[in-house]
Write a protein that binds this ligand. Structure first.
Ligand SMILES: Cc1ncc(COP(=O)(O)O)c(C=O)c1O
Length: 291
């Protein structure tokens, strides 16, 4: 394969061919999952809500005391250049920050954090998911709402990976988590919304979940369009009795959820409000990015 078919990544200030980019075998991200990541999407060359993603990264990095080695504007510039070098317009973007090379004890700190940006051509979720809705199970794994980590997008994704495997084993597409108090939190890679009697409901961050950027955009859209929406602790049986449900993340946007534990939610199809919010989300992206 010639160079022209290869991709570049951004690693600690340098643009490198992906197969030449490497990190230390002592990187704390590798050794202890000691780091954070962000996943986002670009549309027509423009990243959507990049500022919000970088702000979440910066806040979580401050919480974990991982120095962010670049200013937000430098990261924005690096991403723009990386997209240009890879000739990408509609891209999946992953930004990874780790505590970097730090041998010895399990200390916080670390003076050489690793910052990596990788981009790929965006591959949409199959259309049938949007047409029919996803199917979810409830994972056997319970979330501890007081865990300091659930609100941060850390590199510790093993519970999510195991939950996703549980879903696949039972022929479902996603797995929802319950917390130790018995309330729903989120799904393995997405936030959860329920629609009941015209109200849009989503579990509060205090239940133990990632404050999703897409979740925030959907709540904003509801406010702007006078669609009643609020945070509420939800039990699994309430979700099963909901009229509609949907999931959100930066890649899938608004994804209908039509079955839970093998039983239909509402009519077992795509609800009107879910369809409407999907359309409004797409409109918001186009308006905001001037597309
Ligand atoms: C566990 C989890 N919850 C929620 C989300 C949604 O976050 P966002 O809307 O910021 O992409 C993600 C995204 O990957 C996730 O992994």
């Amino acid at each position: 394969m010639g160079r022209k078919n290869k991709r570049q990544a951004f690693l600690n200030g340098c643009f490198l061919w992906e197969d030449k980019a490497s990190i230390s075998i002592f990187d704390r991200g590798l050794l202890y999952g000691d780091g954070l990541f962000e996943t986002l999407r670009t549309y027509g060359g423009e990243p959507f809500r990049l500022e919000a993603h970088l702000e979440r990264l910066a806040q979580s990095a401050a919480f974990l005391q991982i120095p962010l080695p670049f200013e937000k504007d430098e990261i924005k510039g690096a991403l723009r250049e990386l997209l240009r070098r890879n000739g990408l317009k509609d891209a999946y973007v992953r930004i990874t920050l780790t505590r970097g090379r730090l041998t010895g004890r399990l200390d916080l700190g670390g003076k050489e954090p690793t910052l990596l940006i990788v981009v790929r051509e965006f591959k949409p979720y199959p259309k049938r998911y949007y047409r029919l809705g996803m199917k979810a199970i409830i994972s056997r794994i319970r979330r501890e709402p007081r865990s300091p980590l659930l609100q941060h997008k850390t590199l510790n994704y093993l519970p999510n990976i195991l939950a996703r495997a549980e879903a696949r084993e039972s022929g479902a597409d996603e797995a929802l988590f319950l917390n130790t108090a018995g309330f729903l939190t989120e799904a393995s890679v997405s936030n959860l919304f329920l629609v009941r009697e015209g109200q849009v409901l989503t579990p509060p961050v205090s239940a133990g979940l990632l404050p999703g950027i897409t979740r925030a955009v959907v709540l904003e859209i509801c406010r702007r369009n006078s669609i009643p929406a609020r945070e509420k602790n939800l039990r699994a049986r309430e979700a099963a009795r909901g009229d509609e449900a949907f999931l959100t993340n930066s890649l899938m946007e608004v994804m209908p959820l039509s079955f839970l534990e093998g039983k239909p939610i509402g009519g077992g199809g795509v609800g009107d409000l879910s369809r409407n919010l999907r359309r409004l989300y797409k409109e918001a992206v186009r308006r905001e990015l001037g597309l």
